[in-house]
Design a protein around this ligand. Structure first.
Ligand SMILES: [Cu+2]
Length: 154
């Protein structure tokens, strides 16, 4: 009886070990800090959303945001805004460098994360998961709130 209980205790410890390692790894990723992350809701007949956030590189070494993916959209691009003949246009960028000790902001009217071809309706008030792939920091998973278009204006 006692023996049996010890075995069970051992099993629980084994099961808890991977969980503990996961939590430890997550904390090590703190070289990159992300805040104010949010995604715009999808509008009828329009299958794109924009992702906004501030990314801070706390390391001395530069890091590069290589790509973003999510289960909720077919394609994700980095877009820069520029003016041409009085019209604001967007151009895709391959990647975004975050210099050591500096921050980069994705903002409405500025550089943004373009989420293209949603696989479902993206409603204000819910959350979507974004996977950010950095050259040095590796994968950082974000669970970002979806905001209405009105809420995006700062
Ligand atoms: Cu865009």
């Amino acid at each position: 009886m006692l023996m049996h209980n010890y075995k069970r205790f051992g099993m629980i410890l084994l099961l808890l070990t991977p969980l503990f390692i996961t939590i430890t790894c997550k904390k090590k990723n703190s070289a990159i800090k992300i805040d104010h992350d949010r995604v715009t809701q999808s509008l009828p007949g329009n299958r794109v959303s924009a992702g906004y956030m501030n990314i801070t590189n706390t390391m001395e070494k530069d890091d590069t945001l290589l790509s973003v993916d999510t289960d909720d959209f077919e394609t994700v691009e980095f877009h820069n805004m520029f003016e041409e003949n009085g019209v604001m246009k967007m151009e895709p960028m391959d990647s975004v460098v975050i210099k050591g000790g500096q921050s980069v902001s994705f903002t409405p009217g500025g550089m943004h994360i373009m989420l293209i071809n949603n696989k479902r309706e993206i409603k204000a008030g819910e959350k979507i998961q974004l996977n950010l792939h950095f050259e040095n920091a590796g994968l950082i998973k974000l669970t970002s709130p979806v905001k209405s278009i009105e809420e995006q204006v700062e």
